[in-house]
Design a protein around this ligand. Structure first.
Ligand code: CA
Length: 233
């Protein structure tokens, strides 16, 4: 679940934000004081922070600067909430490291849209560029597979199947899970189809090395180095 952190001392606004964010499906962590906020940000690592400017103890600007100085937290998008509408204040907020700025009173739908937009910009998800297992290398950017340095030609379905197996070597994926993930919910395919594509995948991969795809009878498949070639038919 995606967490949104609200740092706001005004109860009415905090309640309003919490209610609406939860309605959008976010988990909300709400802090009312600056001192506690920083520790809470570190603990829950939110996807977006809604930060009020005027807070007891530490100001929103100070909190913003502190977050930006922490290497592990600095990429979390911050939306400053403030009663001030002055251009100068807005600049101050943005220089302190805020990503966006909303003036109170705000419209709830607009704020929700801003939350969503800032979340999309956040480099929060680590995108894998490649997977490797033993001598198999999947280049996820170029969409290519190599084994022992040889290019392995795979169809799109075989590529997706291999990707799934290589996400968790050793883990057994059932035919149903592979079907659902690789083919999607809407398409009707028999579970035997998985076997057909696994066979193609094996044939392509095994041209350049031993068989690492393990068949778990009546269950599914895994990739690991204890695979036996005699199960590969
Ligand atoms: Ca306040």
């Amino acid at each position: 679940m995606t967490t949104v952190m609200v740092i706001e001392d005004e109860e009415a606004i905090g309640i309003l934000l919490k209610y609406n964010l939860e309605k959008e499906g976010y988990e909300v962590v709400w802090e009312t004081s600056g001192n506690k906020a920083l520790a809470a940000v570190e603990k829950c690592c939110p996807a977006v922070i809604l930060l009020d400017w005027m807070l007891p103890e530490l100001s929103g600007i100070e909190i913003c600067k502190m977050i930006r100085n922490k290497p592990d937290l600095k990429s979390i998008p911050i939306i400053m909430l403030t009663a001030r509408g002055e251009e100068e204040d807005k600049i101050k907020g943005l220089t302190a490291g805020a990503d966006d700025y909303v003036t109170k009173p705000f419209s709830v739908p607009e704020l929700m849209a801003r939350v969503k937009a800032n979340m999309r910009r956040a480099p929060e998800i680590i995108i894998e560029k490649e997977y490797t297992f033993e001598d198999i290398r999947m280049d996820l950017v170029e969409h290519k597979v190599f084994r022992n340095g040889n290019y392995v030609h795979l169809g799109p379905t075989e590529f997706r199947l291999l990707k799934m197996l290589m996400e968790a070597p050793g883990k057994v994926f059932s035919r149903e899970i592979l079907l659902k993930t690789v083919w999607g919910d809407n398409i009707y395919v028999e579970s035997r189809t998985v076997d057909v594509h696994i066979r193609r995948l094996r044939r392509a991969l095994n041209e350049f090395g031993p068989d690492y795809i393990r068949t778990i009878r009546a269950t599914g498949y895994a990739i690991d180095n204890t695979a036996m070639t005699d199960e590969s038919n």
